[in-house]
Design a protein around this ligand. Structure first.
Ligand code: G16
Length: 552
């Protein structure tokens, strides 16, 4: 690093001292904390993003200011790599160390050593580009400014502020720019709406008796960024889908993620604010705060806010079924490899359903960064967390194969059907975000498939019956004291905790339970399944008590 660069870094970082007495760590999806202590972290990750761009030959990197499902006073940072996926895990330790460097001198030393080790040309000779985006949190604007200052500390680096966007939109823009495609918000909406339209145009004429899929969809937007964006997208759909938006944030009065949003709906299994008895019989969905996850639900008649939850596992199952059907039509000589990726939170009934379909199911720890990496190993990788975070990835090889079939000229009935199936799959690859889970694109695919099948939301929900389950959060003194193994299904530390959990599980029919430290909130999460809801609740509560006893 030359003297000029060193002095710019030293000088700028004096304006962003790290918070005293707080150790920040790169969690499940980047850094997350109370917004008031994040200025320094965001500034430093701005530097990291510029370095990542330099390291990847000037490719565009994304930096999103969001704390997604967390409360409105929190904020955070997610980093998008050139592919549109999450920051490579190899760089997480560097992110951790610079976030916690105590003073400008040690920060610059860490950067110098890392740049040397990674061979990063941090001498002003090369250009770097970082796209900045943020969700609707009030703290976002000043944090974007801090990120901008960090990026601009690296000579040759420029920041382009995309303003308020959804997280997946920013990831999409990063990927598109790096592929030399048009990458504005209008281009994003165009890709989603035209691929949806393509799916609708390819619906077979006679497709079932149940036409409820045509009715309106009501979407809870968590009072977050998804409200405005879904509104814009709906306009591009030219009436092909009727969407009513609620909890859209802005001037509508509600608070981000408070009693609303996909995380609330999925964890509490209750309807979000603004939904009630008059919505019985209607297909409803809920997005999270930065619109990278979604779940569906229906309101139970006289159910006291209780809902029928149609979670990420059932979304995954619907997608897997549709793709399998299209592959059957293709009867391809070169069969693509298909991998389904889930986490320990996946309801046992969903895994059984997918395996019964003849599909290969693989488990990873929680976090899209793990699921995405695994899904990339297949020609068709479908991954979803139960909380509604996921997407479908197609390999270039498979896309080429589809391209070939789409262009075949056979006019036999079989040939025509094959071409249609290839076009449907092509549309799936275009509507689904190839970088990260995307609630808006996921909604469109669900709606397209329901219309294709002629299914109502209830028929979809009947694909299988969920095993009763419960999720709880436990506040402990130090969540990092819990160390897990085996895709988070087994506690390694503290010693004795897993044995205690096992003896509780043994008391319940079809009992299953695990605990893991959250990587986005300061809690330990408990998940349980059992034969009845009462038993699942009891198991989760007794394990939560044990966790308290072990961790205080
Ligand atoms: C993030 C991750 C998800 C993860 C969720 C909860 O979602 O992207 O993969 O499931 O956090 O993680 P944890 O259980 O570790 O708190 P989001 O939507 O909050 O960014």
């Amino acid at each position: 690093m030359n003297e000029k660069q060193r002095s710019i870094l030293l000088q700028s970082s004096t304006h962003f001292p790290p918070p005293k007495g707080t150790k920040l760590s790169y969690g499940t999806a980047g850094f997350r904390a109370d917004a008031s202590i994040l200025q320094s972290t965001v500034f430093r990750i701005g530097i990291l993003a510029a370095l990542r761009s330099l390291k990847t030959g000037g490719a565009v990197i994304g930096l999103m200011i969001t704390a997604s499902h967390n409360k409105v006073s929190d904020n955070g940072i997610k980093v998008a790599d050139p592919s549109g996926g999450m920051l490579t895990q190899d760089w997480e330790p560097f992110a951790d160390s610079i976030a916690n460097a105590p003073d400008p001198e040690s920060l610059v030393q860490l950067i110098t050593e890392f740049a040397k080790k990674e061979n990063i040309p941090i001498d002003g000779s090369k250009a770097a580009v970082v796209l900045l985006g943020r969700d609707t949190r009030p703290s976002g604007e000043s944090l974007v400014e801090a990120a901008n200052k960090g990026i601009c500390c690296v000579i040759g680096a420029v920041a382009i502020n995309m303003g308020i966007v959804t997280t997946p939109e920013l990831h999409w823009m990063v990927r598109a720019r790096n592929k030399g495609m048009k990458a504005s918000e209008a281009d994003y909406f165009h890709q989603l709406s035209t691929s949806f339209r393509c799916l609708i145009d390819l619906i077979p004429e006679k497709s079932g008796e149940d036409n409820d899929a045509i009715g309106k969809l009501v979407v809870d937007c968590s009072n977050g960024v998804g409200g405005e964006k879904l509104q814009d997208l709906t306009q591009k759909l030219n009436g092909f889908l009727q969407i009513e938006i609620r909890n859209s944030g802005g001037n509508s009065g509600g608070i981000l993620n408070e009693g609303v949003g996909a995380d609330f709906v999925q964890k509490e299994k209750l309807s979000p604010q603004g939904f009630g008895p008059s919505d019985v019989g209607i297909r409803c969905a809920s997005l999270d705060g930065d619109a990278d996850r979604f779940v569906y639900f229906t309101i139970i008649l006289n159910g006291n806010n209780k809902i029928n939850l149609i979670d990420g596992d059932k979304i995954l199952s619907l997608f897997a079924l549709f793709i399998k059907q299209q592959l059957t039509i293709l009867e391809d000589s070169k069969k693509p490899s298909v991998g389904i990726v889930q986490t320990a939170y996946a309801n046992g009934a969903s895994t059984k359903y997918l395996k019964d379909l003849g599909l290969k199911v693989i488990f990873t720890p929680t976090g899209v960064k793990y699921l995405h990496g695994k899904a990339e190993e297949y020609d068709i990788g479908i991954y979803f967390e139960a909380n509604g975070h996921g997407t479908i990835l197609f390999s270039d090889l498979f896309l080429n194969c589809l391209e070939g079939i789409k262009n075949e000229s056979s006019s036999t009935e079989n040939g025509l059907e094959k071409r249609k199936a290839a076009k449907r799959l092509w549309a799936v690859g275009n509507v689904m975000n190839q970088g990260v889970g995307d609630a808006l694109s996921g909604l469109l695919l669900v709606e397209g498939i329901l219309q294709h099948m002629g299914w109502s939301v209830d028929k979809w929900n009947q694909l299988y019956d969920d095993l009763p389950s419960r999720q709880l959060k436990v506040k402990v003194a130090d969540r990092s004291a819990v160390i897990t193994t085996n895709a988070e299904t087994c506690v390694e530390k503290p010693p004795g905790l897993q044995e205690a959990i096992n003896s509780l599980i043994g008391k319940y029919r079809q009992g299953r339970c695990f605990v893991r430290p959250s990587g986005t909130e300061d809690v330990v999460r408990v998940y349980s399944e059992a034969e009845t809801q009462e038993e699942a609740d009891e198991l989760a509560n007794s394990v939560a008590n044990i966790v308290q006893q072990f961790l205080g």
